[in-house]
Ligand binder design. Structure first.
Ligand code: M7G
Ligand code: MG
Length: 321
């Protein structure tokens, strides 16, 4: 196994991260966490995933000669190069498989945010891939549904729905083993400022016309009438329509002049280099091209804390204790 441990002088030549960086990531994200987060490999792989995001979003961004990795590749690298993880290298395929199947069983909550006419809803586009979905995400351990929804909407759109959310107003669907609950947050102004708080998770945020998202269906992946690729949107549309017809919007929609879709945020690296966005073939409003300010380590990562005492204690206590 020792042959897998590389010296830092050779590491960068092939784009592989130096040993010190891997040790640092392992200490920060895997060792220096509450004990209950280290109790199963399913939980530990979530920590490895945070380390991977930090590596991609910060280390690679600051040093482009470093290679980008998939989560599986990064997991192998970390397990092979960190003393506490190395004993489990032989089981890495099973550990990874368990993690991916565990991940799709974690309940997801989020929000369907409607504008003041109830004609449009807010969708976010994933960084990788091309599909749009409601802002939403997986529940943390012991987190309540509505708390997760508030957190995920804030992370993915920068918008705080905590004062607007009604715990009883939601649409819930089950996809295979995964429960998805979306709270309805209706009557949000379309000039609200949105910007994700995480890097490289969301590439675009836009108000989309509900009529363009049709047809409603049970398909997890679908296409709206304008060709828009949608992820876990169509199965909510029939119930959403019912909710809308039972509620009065603060601003009456005008059937003869329906509102256009509206892009409200786009990531810099994906931008077309202009402060005006073209949506639905029409120039709409200026949007901010800028990324939210980098709040530094510890602010943008869940559960991230740097505490050298805890690292030393964890190392002393050993991985399995
Ligand atoms: P998630 O947090 O696993 O899903 O993110 P959830 O929001 O449904 O709980 C979904 C996907 O977005 C991940 O598999 C990553 O590809 C990407 N992603 C999410 N976050 C928070 C980050 C991040 O901070 N950095 C990077 N590079 N990708 C992210
Ligand atoms: Mg998320």
């Amino acid at each position: 196994m020792s042959g897998l441990k590389r010296s830092s002088s050779t590491a960068l030549k092939n784009g592989l991260p130096p040993q010190e960086l891997l040790d640092d990531l392992c200490s920060r994200f895997v060792l220096n966490v509450p004990k209950e987060d280290q109790q199963s490999f399913e939980r530990i792989l979530f920590l490895v995933e945070y380390a991977h995001w930090f590596y991609e979003d910060n280390s690679v961004e600051n040093n482009p000669s470093l290679k980008s990795f998939t989560l599986k590749e990064f997991t192998c690298l970390l397990f092979n190069n960190c003393d506490v993880l190395r004993p489990y290298v032989a089981h890495i395929d099973d550990i990874f498989k368990d993690f991916t199947s565990y991940k799709v069983r974690v309940p997801v909550t989020g929000a369907i945010i409607l504008d003041e006419t109830f004609e449009r809803c807010l969708l976010v586009k994933g960084w990788k891939g091309t599909s749009w979905s409601f802002p939403r995400g997986k529940k943390n351990k012991d987190e309540e549904d509505h708390t997760c929804a508030v957190r995920e909407v804030l992370e993915e759109s920068g918008f705080d729905v905590s004062k607007l959310l009604n715990k009883d107003e939601y649409i819930e669907k089950v996809f295979g083993q995964q429960r998805v609950r979306l709270y309805i947050i209706a009557g949000v102004r379309d000039d609200t400022a949105f910007a994700p708080q995480t890097k490289k998770e969301i590439s675009e945020i836009a108000w989309h016309r509900l009529d363009d998202l049709q047809p409603a269906s049970d398909d997890v992946i679908s296409h709206g009438i304008t060709g828009l690729k949608l992820y876990m949107v169509a199965p909510f549309l029939a119930s959403l329509k019912k909710w809308i017809s039972a509620h009065k919007p603060p601003i009456a929609p005008k059937p003869d002049v329906p509102l256009k879709g509206l892009c409200v945020w786009k990531a810099k690296s994906n931008s077309i280099g202009s402060s005006t966005m073209i949506t639905d073939g029409q120039i709409t409003k200026p949007v901010s091209d800028s990324q939210p300010p980098d709040k530094g380590p510890g602010k943008s990562f869940r559960n991230f804390r740097f505490d050298t005492t805890a690292i030393l204690q964890a190392m002393e206590a050993g991985f399995s204790s």
